[in-house]
Design a binder for this molecule. Structure first.
Ligand code: NAD
Length: 356
């Protein structure tokens, strides 16, 4: 406790989930159960899509990367995430993506949760991709190629095993050390893992292709000739203006599904297409208003960029787990004087007490 007097009221304290407690939470629940339950929270929120305030995220671009704020709210909770994307970070020993976020009570505006979200973003991105694949991938998909074997890759593999039933992984990364790291981390999980020398080799025999590379500019991770009939593409790495992974011709052959088209048209693979190119919103598939996969030969594409409601669902899930696990600290974060108009008096009364 930083001050001996006056003591902050209980409303001043906000539960905070540190990186250490997030890791403990995942281990306590079990990563498979965590991903499955998180998927259920995501589905529940996608089914009530119209209840949310929605806006494309607010992005601050620089030569090196992007910093974004992702807000949304329903009638009782408000949430936002701070997240960055800096592809050059990895070479400097830093994460490409880091994040934190919060939930607040809409009725009072008081924060009710603050959380690390670097790990939580990897978990929610993987659970969202797997949820989409449940509706879009070919029936009985067992083999997934993962192109880009960095920080997100193992999370994708674990979610696709738990939610879709993927058993075999074909890994490719420009840097073989990344594929070896991914294979090492997933050993003992029961996957049949092949490290491939090229992306062409990686997609051979795959039912699902996940692209999760990081580059600040448009890249061609998949070219048209690599994508056969019936494939599902989970395109995760293209998520900024000028940062895409797929050759345009693939998009023209695919049925495209997006989280929130006003944001995806700015950031996703479909930035390569005209504004009016048809896309289906994923929430409509999940609540039965639109078709998912319609035939065995169809190429389905989940043009993932990451949307605020997914972070809201993830924070809601974490919050619901706190009471039972106790895996949080209390942050003295909100100045809450006994007399709400006496903020200055509270400051004065604290003078001379123990300072932090
Ligand atoms: N859609 C979403 O919701 C979402 C969420 C989180 C991250 N992302 C994006 O996913 C991407 C990956 O994130 P990360 O944290 O795993 O990054 P990372 O830097 O840890 O890993 C990226 C990997 O891609 C590899 N790579 C780069 N270019 C390649 C190429 N041409 N072919 C094969 N491999 C290549 C790199 O060697 C590296 O191992 C980023 O672009 C990030 O912005 C998207």
């Amino acid at each position: 406790m930083p001050f001996s007097a006056p003591a902050p009221s209980h409303l001043a304290f906000v539960p905070f989930v540190s990186v250490q407690n997030m890791m403990a939470l995942v281990h306590t629940i079990g990563i498979d159960t965590f991903l499955r339950e998180l998927g259920e929270y995501l589905e529940a929120d996608f089914k009530r899509w119209s209840e949310f305030d929605k806006t494309p995220r607010v992005a601050a671009h620089s030569a090196e990367g992007v910093i974004e704020l992702m807000p949304t709210s329903d009638s009782s909770l408000y949430g936002f995430k701070y997240v960055n994307g800096h592809p050059k970070n990895m070479k400097e020993g830093l994460q490409t993506v880091t994040a934190f976020g919060m939930l607040a009570d809409v009725a009072s505006g008081y924060p009710v949760l603050l959380s690390e979200m670097t790990l939580l973003t990897a978990l929610r991105t993987a659970a969202t991709s797997a949820m989409a694949a449940k509706y879009l991938a070919p029936a009985n998909a067992k083999t997934m190629a993962i192109i880009g074997n960095g920080a997100q890759s193992e999370f994708q593999a674990m979610a696709f095993r738990e939610i879709v039933g993927i058993q075999a992984l074909r890994l490719y990364d420009l840097d073989r050390a990344a594929s070896e790291k991914c294979a090492r981390n997933l050993s003992g999980q029961g996957f049949d893992i092949t490290i491939c020398k090229t992306s062409e080799e990686a997609v051979e025999g795959a039912d699902i292709i996940t692209t999760v590379t990081a580059d600040k500019q448009c890249a061609t991770i998949l070219s048209d000739n690599m994508v056969g009939a019936g494939i599902h593409i989970n395109a995760v790495g293209g998520d900024c203006p000028g940062k895409t992974e797929l050759q345009r011709d693939i998009l023209l052959r695919s049925t495209i599904f997006a989280e929130y088209p006003p944001q995806t048209r700015i950031e996703g693979e479909i930035q390569q297409l005209p504004e009016d190119h048809p896309v289906t919103e994923l929430w409509q598939v999940i609540n039965g208003e639109a078709k998912g996969r319609a035939s065995d030969s169809q190429i389905t594409l989940f043009d993932s960029v990451g949307f605020a409601i997914e972070d809201f669902s993830a924070l809601r899930y974490v919050r619901d787990k706190l009471e039972a696990t106790g895996l949080y600290e209390k942050l003295d974060m909100v100045a809450d004087p006994d007399d709400p108009r006496d903020l200055f008096g509270m400051l004065q009364r604290s003078k001379g007490t123990d300072t932090p």
